[in-house]
Every structure is written in C-alpha cells, then in structure tokens.
Design a protein around this ligand. Sequence first.
Ligand SMILES: Nc1nc2c(ncn2[C@@H]2O[C@H](COP(=O)(O)OP(=O)(O)OP(=O)(O)O)[C@@H](O)[C@H]2O)c(=O)[nH]1
Length: 309
Amino acid sequence: MASSKPVSELARATLLHLTELGLTPTPENYSMHYYKISGETPPEKLSQADNPCLEIMLLVRTSLDSITHTTANCASEIGKQNQEIRHSIDDLSAAQEKQEMLKILANIVEKANAIFGTVESSRNELLATKLSLDSLNAELQETRLQLNEDPLTGAQNRRAMDKILAREVALSIRTGARLSVTMIDIDHFKKINDDYGHDAGDKLLLHLTMVAKSVLRESDVLVRYGGEEFLLILPDSDTKGAEFVLNRLKQVIQKSPLIYNDKSIKITFSAGIAQLKPNENGHALTLRADAALYAAKDAGRNCFKLAAE
Ligand SMILES: Nc1nc2c(ncn2[C@@H]2O[C@H](COP(=O)(O)OP(=O)(O)OP(=O)(O)O)[C@@H](O)[C@H]2O)c(=O)[nH]1
C-alpha cells in the first residue's frame, strides 16, 4: 500500500536508508529503495537516452528538500528546548529551597545537553545528505562526459563538436589565432567489417582513436563525425601544422596495425584539410574539409588534400 507520508519525508527516509545500508545514492539505488519504502508503483522507467539528467535532477531536489526539512526540524526543536530552559530559569528565580534549586539546575543542564544532541543529530543527517550530493555531483560529471562522448570510441561526439567548433571559431576571430580542421576517413572500412566482422571494425575505430589521441596536443580535439569518419579540430594550427599532425598519425598508425584474433589489420586513411577563412563559420569550415576528403578519396585514398579557398 502506498505511504501517506509527504514526499520530502519519504525522500529523506530513502537517503538515510541508503546511508545505513552503505549504498551509494545512485539514481538506480535511490529509485529502488524509494518505491520499496513508499509502497508506490514505480513509473515506466525513462531510458538514459530520454533524459539522462532527469533522475539526477530529482535526487538533487530530494536532497535539497531533505536539507530544508532537517534544518527546519532542528530550528524548531531548539526553539522548544530554549523555551523550556527559559521556563526553568523563571522557576529557578522563584525557588526558595536549596534542594529545589539544585533540582531545577540539573534539569536546565539536561535540557542544554539535549540541545547539543539535537544539533549533533541534525549534523549527522546533513552530513548524510552532503555525501549524497557529493556522489550525485560525481555522477553528474560522468553523465556530462557521456553526453559529449561517442560511447564506442570515447572521442567527442557531434553534439560536443558543435559547441567546441563555435568556441574555437569565436576565439580565432577574436585573437587572430589560426584554426584548422581535418576530416579523416578510414579507407575501405567496409571491407574490414566484411573480412573480419563488425567487432573487428569496432575495435579498429577504438584503436585509431587511441593512436590519434597519442599524437595530438592537449588542446586538439578528436570528434567522431560519423561511422568511420573523424574530425580533428586543431587550434593554433595552419594547414601546414594540420599536415604535420596527419603525417605523424599516418606514420604511427602504419607502425601499429590493429591486432585482432592474432591477425594484423593494416589501417590507412584519407583526409581533407581546411583552415578557417575570414568570415567563415565552423559549419562552412567543416564542409570544405569534407569536400577535400572526397578529393583525397578520388585521388586514390591514403593521402591528404587541401580544401579549396
Ligand atoms: N564496425 C563498425 N562499422 C561501422 C560503424 N559505423 C559505420 N560502419 C561501417 O562503415 C562502413 C563504411 O563504408 P563505406 O562508406 O563504403 O566506406 P569505406 O568502405 O571505408 O570506403 P572508402 O571510404 O571509400 O574508402 C559501412 O560498412 C558501415 O556499416 C561502427 O560503429 N562500427
């Protein structure tokens, strides 16, 4: 049967219950125990794709409710205890007998100690909530990373690319720094899938990502643009710099083929290079790099082409 307790109280009880069980308040743990405690029927589960932040947002709200509840409770308890001490002090002033005075004094000390007890227990509840919030914060960082990352390779995804390109283009316009991009496409990737299987293709995409990351600068960004197509965003680089990076990637990838089921799978790639022109935006820059990539494919693959001005 569903509980008649207010949601904030149920939420607080759930968080405390998780702390008692030594469980991290992940959205999954929270949901499971919340519905056990409340007796409510869980709603149809939202998938991460629907809104990966929704459950975290709900948990943050719950934690905030819990803080409000704890602090309000603490203030009200202390108010009551304070009032009682005041009455005892009045009694003390009116008392005639030494024995009676000592009794009232002992009572005042006991009530003062009770105030410490109230503060201490609220402090423990707030600490439990703080731990929940810390854990949520870590979860949020993770979700934020996942939202920007391609799940297979860990490279940045198109969503992240739009933001990063816009930022880098704006920076380049403001500071006059050069900005280049290169569109990279693995040659005959379909054949690798066909010959060795889709899993080998996946491993190859991951392998290329790892190798590319190892030759890039910290400020360079690798984006998985599509299936086997990657975009490299190279701040502070002109076309010569971009060519240099691609040649280094080519050399390293030649020396490190993918080893899959004891077979060595060679990787070559084609690329198009474009440098940001005045009055150009990130989208137009990417399209020029893409057109140059097609020119490289037309020229026989395993080569790089510069985009038309
Ligand atoms: N394993 C794997 N394959 C993918 C993925 N995404 C796209 N592909 C495959 O990549 C292949 C791309 O094939 P094509 O566009 O013909 O390109 P290609 O074979 O590399 O030929 P060229 O680019 O002309 O050299 C297709 O077979 C897709 O199914 C993925 O995430 N994993």
